[in-house]
Design a protein around this ligand. Structure first.
Ligand code: COA
Ligand code: MG
Length: 292
């Protein structure tokens, strides 16, 4: 999984566009991009879209962003979309492993009702949208086998913190949001799931977006959410291991395979040990499974 494109659930036109965007996943949004009065209609169109898209064997992975557990809307969201058999739900304003356990129970009930196997629907929490969430970002490990990735958000967090802005004059995220970003990377790694970088709202700025994606990959994110189809090819390119990276990773993995029992090796004059081997294996895994 590299690119995950947000599609507001009340827009049939964007659904069609999303299907041909090249995104590995679509995130059908019932939360912030849908006005309160439109929620009921959006649930209906989300279900219709899930049912239509499921018939397409080449379809992207289908995720529904439900409303948060705090909103009081989650149950109605899940009741509405479960018959469409989504691959996953995105859980906004999640607060640690306890939120995942809570959502897991809600999903198990719906799976039983619609005849899906237990555990079919995965969970992708947005782990940094409330002040409290920052203090439990390290509690996702072992919460549920449904946990399939972790992502983060800066917009709701800045509102909750009472901040005037989340970016400085140079466009860089300010400290609280850099902390949230780092907690997402560490929380995901601790839970052994991929870290997915947040959206980049300036969707006409391709150059800036590419640089930001490269910084995300450098720091450990393996995928990114998009808000506009134009962002999808950039994400796919940046998060697909290059031929050079794959060749380099193969050299390291092959060297260790040829020297069983060796903990450290010299490869082309550079030391490689277990962390380098792990990093190389991860590159090869990502190269092998684009959508996985
Ligand atoms: N998914 C699918 N299609 C999209 C899209 C998206 N997220 N964003 C834009 N498009 C389509 C438009 O409908 C338009 O289609 P058309 O050529 O058939 O008319 C085309 O791509 C070009 O769009 P453009 O005119 O450049 O942008 P816009 O002004 O129509 O839309 C946004 C701008 C921000 C409103 C739109 O990108 C959007 O809705 N993004 C997702 C918002 C969201 O889900 N937010 C929640 C997560 S933060
Ligand atoms: Mg939000």
């Amino acid at each position: 999984m590299r690119s995950m494109l947000f599609v507001p659930a009340d827009s049939a036109k964007k659904f069609a566009k999303g299907m041909t965007s090249g995104a590995d996943a679509l995130i059908i949004d019932l939360e912030d991009s849908v006005a309160p009065d439109n929620k009921a209609r959006a649930r209906e169109s989300a279900l219709a879209f899930l049912q239509e898209a499921s018939a397409d064997p080449a379809r992207p992975y289908l995720i529904v962003r439900v409303n948060s557990l705090q909103s009081g809307l989650t149950d109605a969201d899940l009741d509405a979309v479960a018959p469409g058999r989504p691959d996953a739900i995105m859980l906004p304003k999640a607060e640690g492993g306890a939120s995942v356990v809570h959502a897991d129970a809600k999903l198990a009930v719906r799976e039983a009702v619609v005849g899906l196997p237990d555990g079919h629907v995965k969970i992708v929490p947005i782990a940094t949208e409330t002040a409290a969430s920052l203090f439990v970002a390290g509690t996702y490990a072992g919460s549920s086998t449904r946990l399939s990735a972790l992502t983060w958000g800066a917009e709701d967090l800045s509102a909750e913190l009472g901040a005037e802005t989340n970016r400085g004059a140079d466009g860089r995220y300010l400290d609280p949001y850099r902390l949230a970003r780092s907690l997402c990377i560490a929380g995901a790694a601790a839970a052994r799931v991929p870290a997915i970088d947040t959206v980049y709202i300036d969707f006409r700025d391709d150059e800036g977006f590419r640089r930001d994606c490269e910084a995300a990959r450098r720091d450990g994110f393996t995928a990114r959410m998009a808000i506009h189809p134009a962002q999808v090819p950039i994400i796919n390119e940046v998060f697909t291991p290059t031929a050079e990276a794959i060749a380099q990773a193969k050299i390291i993995v092959d060297a260790f395979a040829a020297n069983p029992g060796a903990g450290t090796l010299a490869i082309a004059g550079v030391m490689a040990d277990q962390p380098h081997l792990l990093r190389a294996k991860r590159v090869l895994e990502r190269a092998a499974a684009k959508k996985g």
